[in-house]
Design a protein around this ligand. Structure first.
Ligand SMILES: Nc1nc2c(ncn2[C@@H]2O[C@H](COP(=O)(O)OP(=O)(O)OP(=O)(O)O)[C@@H](O)[C@H]2O)c(=O)[nH]1
Length: 599
């Protein structure tokens, strides 16, 4: 057991790309936690996909030993929190397990939307906050301006902000000293009954479910019989360890300490983040206040391109779900796409990550249907139903009114692009709630329908601001609006995977754009193909794909057989990515492209 006074627990909060992972790497490196030869860049981003995309998805933890200038040795527990909006719930839960935060702000960029969102979570969790100005090696760094901005916008004292370069290592020793001298030690009572917080859990193929805990009071040892207070389940602790960041066994953990255990738990779903863990025999009297479970807000269908891959898709989805309790799925059948799954995600990035992993790690070709939010249908008989899939929309004569989820979006953007951002928000049915300035940056707060944001809002926002805007959102609740289901018919057959819920006033425009896009995306066939958008029985937009005249090899005059063969092979490979609808083949890419609103 480590003395409480010798422990510091902290997290790093930052906007995406401001250098959180690089700083974590430096702290680990400077304290010799990982041998130099094992040091991979961005040690903590464990999944390949994360490393590739440079984003941190699953919060991770590392225990660092640090001999401070006062001659004493400290145990520093760093909890790495994810930076993306979709994973905000993970930020909030890991915050409750520590007493302080390093607030990293890129000195060339200043405070961004996620800096604000994350630091407010830290403030909510009563953290002591140490501001750190990163990237001062860059000529564009403006540490003094950024200091002033932190004070103006966030409202915390930044006079002692630490200038660093996580890249070169400059200032890192000051950060380590500040963790010890400026952050508080944890509190707790070693002689009290065990009270530990379940911070996170994940599935390890060799060990089964690994549970990360923060001990509040009491002691936990290997072999202990423990009880999860929310679920009532009882387990024996098989293995107790700390993360450095690989697991190193430890005999016991006391108050203020952070570690992991395994206990023959079968699924991640059997563990509830925020649950209180205590001893079976001598339990603590009162559980810790729990967390809100994270609920999926974006749904879409995933179907195998090749119907024979259905079982493989099921296996892959089950495996991924083992490790991600916030990802939900149920079987779905579509007239057009056959058997697949309706899946729920925390947001669009979460959706993309899961789809990418299915395609890459499990080598599956997938069709993703239009992402949709959960609409609330108030039926005439008083029943309230949740609609996860526009294809399930009941007959309108039974529906009294429809409500949709709204979000509060905070967008930070340099002045020059403000006009485009306001227009984008207006186009997406946004209602302005606030508009303020901090230096040459504006902060716009909008009330927006989530449905207008889930598809390509980030992409559009980035493109209209050349990447300078940052964005964060919170769910606000449901509101009634004039929403209708729009179906798409290809060759007079409805393609259920393309149906969407839209605002009545925008249905014509959306319908027209979708028909035009499909006209481009669907290759010509031997016959004319009408593409129509319809509400109920009424067609609101129409395009026609003309019949094909030439065959693909017509361009290859003369006897260039190899070229001809190549073309035919290419066409064959292209076919694999097509899906048959009645007599028409629709390429897989059409399902996503047709729904983009950028025109
Ligand atoms: N020049 C310079 N570049 C830096 C510094 N710190 C980080 N970077 C670079 O900035 C980029 C983002 O750094 P990351 O550490 O991945 O940022 P992050 O905040 O962890 O990003 P997420 O994990 O995605 O939230 C990387 O390309 C780093 O190499 C610095 O001090 N100076």
């Amino acid at each position: 057991m480590t003395e409480l006074a010798q422990i510091r627990n902290f997290s790093i909060v930052a906007h995406i790309d401001h250098g959180k992972s690089t700083l974590a790497d430096r702290l680990i490196q400077l304290t010799g936690t990982v041998a130099e030869r094992d040091m991979k860049a961005q040690m903590l981003d464990s999944m390949d996909i994360e490393r590739e995309r440079g984003i941190t998805i699953k919060a991770q933890t590392v225990r660092i030993e640090y001999p401070a200038k006062d001659g004493k040795k400290y145990i520093l527990n760093l909890i790495d929190t994810p930076g993306h909006v979709d994973f905000g719930y993970e930020v909030s839960r890991s915050m409750r397990a520590v007493e302080g935060s390093l607030l990293v702000v890129d000195a060339t960029q200043g405070v961004e939307a996620q800096t604000l969102a994350n630091v407010y979570q830290a403030i909510d969790a009563d953290h002591e906050i140490v501001p750190v100005l990163n990237k001062i090696d860059l000529p564009a760094a403006e540490p003094d301006q950024v200091k002033a901005q932190i004070e103006d916008v966030i409202g915390i004292d930044a006079s002692e902000a630490i200038p660093i370069s996580a890249k070169t290592g400059l200032g890192i020793p000051d950060v380590l000293e500040a963790i010890v001298t400026r952050l508080p030690a944890p509190k707790g009572d070693a002689s009290a009954p065990l009270k530990a917080m379940l911070v996170d859990s994940w599935y390890d193929p060799y060990l089964g479910v690994v549970v990360m805990i923060r001990v509040m009071d009491g002691m936990i040892r290997k072999g202990d019989r423990i009880k999860m207070m929310q679920t009532g389940a009882i387990y024996g602790v098989d293995k107790l360890a700390v993360l450095k960041p690989q697991m190193v066994d430890i005999a016991e953990l006391g108050p203020g300490e952070i570690g992991v255990f395994t206990a023959s738990i079968k699924q991640v779903r059997d563990t509830r983040v925020g649950d209180t863990i205590t001893h079976e025999k001598k339990p603590c009297l009162k559980a810790l206040p729990g967390f809100k479970p994270s609920i999926p807000v974006v749904f879409c269908g995933l179907f195998p391109v090749d119907a024979n891959d259905f079982e493989a898709l099921r296996d892959a989805i089950e495996k991924l779900a083992l490790n991600d309790a916030s990802f939900t799925y149920e079987m779905e059948t579509s007239a057009a796409l056959g058997f697949g799954f309706r899946c729920g995600f925390l947001g669009l990035l979460h959706l993309e990550v899961i789809r990418d992993r299915l395609e890459r790690e499990y080598d599956l070709d997938l069709i993703t249907t239009a992402p949709s939010v959960v609409f609330r249908l108030h039926m005439k008989d008083g029943e309230v139903r949740e609609l996860h899939n526009p294809a399930d929309m009941p007959d309108l004569t039974f529906v009294d009114h429809i409500e949709e989820p709204r979000i509060k979006a905070t967008i930070m953007v340099p002045d020059d692009y403000l006009g485009d951002v306001l227009k984008l928000c207006q186009d997406r049915r946004g209602i302005q709630m606030d508009l303020t300035y901090a230096g040459s940056r504006a902060m716009a707060v909008y009330d927006l329908p989530l449905a207008e944001v889930v598809f390509d809002f980030y992409d559009r926002l980035k493109s209209v601001t050349k990447g300078y805007a940052s964005f964060d959102y919170q769910m606000m609740g449901y509101r009634e609006d004039n929403l209708v289901k729009m179906s798409i018919l290809v060759n007079d057959e409805p393609v259920d995977a393309l149906s969407i819920m839209v605002h009545r006033d925008r249905a014509e425009a959306r319908g027209r754009v979708m028909c035009e896009k499909l006209k481009e995306l669907i290759p010509r066939h031997m016959f004319k193909i009408p593409v129509q958008a319809a509400i109920g029985g009424r067609v609101i937009a129409r395009e026609t794909i003309a019949a094909m005249r030439k065959d693909v090899t017509a361009k290859c005059y003369g006897g260039d057989v190899t070229r001809k063969k190549k073309l035919l092979e290419k066409q064959k490979a292209g076919k694999k990515k097509m899906r048959q609808f009645g007599k028409v083949e629709i390429p897989q890419s059409a399902f996503i492209s047709a729904l983009k609103m950028d025109s």
